[in-house]
Design a protein around this ligand. Sequence first.
Ligand SMILES: C[S@@+](CC[C@H](N)C(=O)[O-])C[C@H]1O[C@@H](n2cnc3c(N)ncnc32)[C@H](O)[C@@H]1O
Length: 257
Amino acid sequence: MKGPSKIPEGHEFIETGDGSFTLFSTSFQEACHSLAGAREETIAYYIKGCHILHKCQEFSPLNILEVGFGLGLGLLTTMEMIPSDKTCHFVSLEKDKRLLEWFCDEHRELNLKWSGQILSSSVKNFQITLLLGDGRIELPKYLESHPIKFHAIYQDAFSPKKNPTLWTKEWFTLLKDSSHGEVTLSTYSASSSIRKTLHETGWGVQNGEGFGLKRTSTRAVLNSPTNQDIESFLHRSPVKALIDEDLSLENEVLKRI
Ligand SMILES: C[S@@+](CC[C@H](N)C(=O)[O-])C[C@H]1O[C@@H](n2cnc3c(N)ncnc32)[C@H](O)[C@@H]1O
């Protein structure tokens, strides 16, 4: 497949198993997607994982929050999948300005325009809002003046090891408070520590489909409790829920990008 004409600074280009491409971040030392297939992974974990085709029939607009914009594959795949007679407001968070500038350049047809820290556009049935900066600060700031509730959350930060600040009790509490009662949060991670963190902040944790080498992923909802097997496993497991105060290391990475 044809890659992008330019590569954003601080990133390397990788072709993945389904022919789509992803980027490797030199700051986080991690690729944005599974090498088994970036596009297929996005469909499995987010389009199917969050029941987007069903939810867009139910909510108008369908409010989606993506945690980590990366190279914009979550947005592009969602735009492709949602029928043109259904409306969607897609909000995404990104700390790395180089990625948002690069995306704007690669996708001029979306006519994205800056207003302060926000890159936005209305294209056909889509309203796009991309917030530049640390999501922990920018999301609450945005929601203060735009009090929307999310119906679907693509929790797609880098891994809890490399990017722990977006997997904490504080973070999942903020997401809970920003969500509609019928929300579905979906993520590729099935680690016990993120499941415990979600469970302890009031999310009902369930198994999601696996993809590539992963057997399962995680879904979380607010309208039903944690699956009983998962709950007993978490109860026995010594892992601790993540909290924000011990995360000074990653904050150093975030300061540099
Ligand atoms: C796995 S990638 C996202 C891939 C993306 N969903 C896609 O489909 O292309 C994770 C992204 O989260 C961003 N990120 C990490 N920490 C962040 C933070 N505190 N606030 C906002 N964005 C952050 C990274 O810069 C990276 O681009």
